[in-house]
Write a protein that binds this ligand. Structure first.
Ligand SMILES: CC(=O)[C@@H](O)[C@H](O)COP(=O)(O)O
Ligand SMILES: NCC(=O)COP(=O)(O)O
Length: 242
């Protein structure tokens, strides 16, 4: 059975441009509204510890302004859990963070942090927030997600996106096998990072994957064609892949 494939639009880098001058324009909330009108099924926003793009006020405003589910990406720490419990987004996705990183460079080491992650995941789940773990497409990390009781995992597609030729085929196979393993164990598989018009189709064609979270490329493309067209084209490519 092929599941419907949802598109989560990550609006982080609208905030990157806004923060470049410290003002209010461009407003990430306006971007979320346009993305919704263009076919997005959800909005993703990464509240990083260093607030390099999305800031705390954005989370509160997004929840008040949009009817789409908000997937708040966050590090696994008490500060972020408190913010999530205060705002109650539809979902959180726990991602690894290092201040010196340019972007999320790898997946969460769920297998090596069970005792740290388990209470956080439990508290968030008890608050009615759907918890996802941003992991590599790796059986050991999937087994850790099962042990942690995470209902969703999101596979880091960065290695796939940056690979070429046979290496990209191998990464695609890793993701497909990981999606099948997660689904077989009752975990809903998502995917994201580095996806573009040129590389999305094979990922979108993986039948078990229920959601793709895509941001940087769509915001960059929007500079040239507009956000509505950028999101609309990604939506069409994902639909055509199914
Ligand atoms: C987890 C992931 O791959 C992205 O959703 C994340 O938001 C990347 O971080 P930046 O948006 O800061 O590049
Ligand atoms: N979790 C992936 C995401 O939200 C967007 O990643 P990217 O498309 O900005 O690389």
């Amino acid at each position: 059975m092929t599941l419907p494939l949802r598109l989560g639009v990550n609006i982080d880098h609208v905030a990157t441009i806004r923060n470049a001058r410290g003002g209010l324009h461009p407003d990430p909330i306006r971007a979320a509204e346009i993305a919704q009108a263009a076919g997005a099924d959800g909005i993703t926003a990464h509240l990083r510890e260093d607030r390099r793009h999305i800031i705390d006020e954005d989370i509160g405003r997004l929840i008040g302004a949009i009817s789409l589910p908000l997937n708040m990406e966050m590090a696994a720490n008490e500060e972020m859990v408190a913010i999530a419990l205060r705002h109650r987004p539809h979902a959180v996705c726990i991602v690894p963070e290092r201040r010196e990183e340019v972007t999320t460079e790898g997946g969460l080491n769920a297998a090596g942090q069970h005792n740290h992650l388990k209470p956080l995941i439990t508290r968030l789940g008890e608050a009615g927030i759907r918890v996802s773990l941003f992991i590599e497409p790796d059986a050991r990390q999937i087994e850790a997600a099962i042990a942690l009781g995470a209902p969703v995992v999101e596979f880091h597609t960065g290695a796939y996106a940056h690979a070429e030729g046979e290496d990209q085929v191998k990464e695609l196979r890793r993701i497909a096998e990981a999606a099948a393993l997660a689904a077989k164990n009752g975990i809903e598989p998502h995917a994201g990072h580095g996806l573009t018009f040129d590389n999305v189709t094979p990922i979108a064609a993986i039948p078990q994957i229920a959601e793709l979270n895509i941001g940087h490329f769509l915001i960059g493309e929007a500079i040239f064609t507009g956000l509505e067209a950028s999101v609309g084209r990604m939506r069409a490519l994902m639909d055509a892949a199914r």
